[in-house]
Design a protein around this ligand. Sequence first.
Ligand SMILES: Nc1nc2c(ncn2[C@@H]2O[C@H](COP(=O)(O)OP(=O)(O)OP(=O)(O)O)[C@@H](O)[C@H]2O)c(=O)[nH]1
Ligand SMILES: [Mg+2]
Length: 247
Amino acid sequence: MLNGKKIVVVLPAYNAARTLEKTYNEIPFDIVDDVILVDDASKDDTSELGSKIGIKHIIKHEKNKGYGGNQKTCYHHALSLKADIVVMLHPDYQYTPKLLTAMCSVIAFDVYPAVFGSRILGMGALKGGMPVYKYVFNRMLTLFQNIMMGQKLSEYHTGYRAFSAEVLKSVPFDVCSDDFVFDNEITAQIFMKGFEIAEITCPTKYFPEASSINFKRSSIYGLGVLRTSIIYRLQKWGIGNFKIFKA
Ligand SMILES: Nc1nc2c(ncn2[C@@H]2O[C@H](COP(=O)(O)OP(=O)(O)OP(=O)(O)O)[C@@H](O)[C@H]2O)c(=O)[nH]1
Ligand SMILES: [Mg+2]
């Protein structure tokens, strides 16, 4: 709890056995009330390891649903536990759990309703090992998205995100993609509902054990991002009524 707000950390996992324990051990349990692990039909022993290290809430998908499908299960379960603040932390140890307290404070003290950990604020993205092509696409896509959505985020592509329960309940995230572009679509939904998103500088870490999407999957994601920003603008102009922005 922080300022009387219940904090739930969700770990969307796929083949995360090599990094799960390290990630889990760095979670600040002085403020975090519950941790949920959703194992997306991993081929390794992610969920077995999860129960061994003491994670109480473990859900295993029978079939792989994808990164977005995984997050849907995460958020529904977190809301069913009556979370006030929900933080997505990748279990591949690419984002430091040590920033959780800072991110949650922003929401717990009602400064902003959502917070992203940004690898682009600061100078460390390339030094931290982000592949050059991912860095270049991150910057170009982010510029395009800021123009299309009239916002000023430093990056839309971070996997480190904290939301108030109000934000998660306000956006119809179930209609978002089950794939990686989920992150982008939910961000667009949040802006469409008029919420603001804060950012905190987050160190970048790429290392062999971390999970990382390849060039092909990244390109599919990039096209999805372009589509999301274009339909956002069209919806704002009243040209069309797109599924992710209905309701
Ligand atoms: N690849 C993949 N990851 C999943 C899935 N479900 C959950 N995940 C988890 O989602 C997290 C993000 O996936 P990554 O492959 O690291 O992708 P990313 O962090 O967006 O991209 P990078 O910046 O290249 O690391 C990982 O911690 C996975 O454990 C899934 O179906 N496929
Ligand atoms: Mg990763």
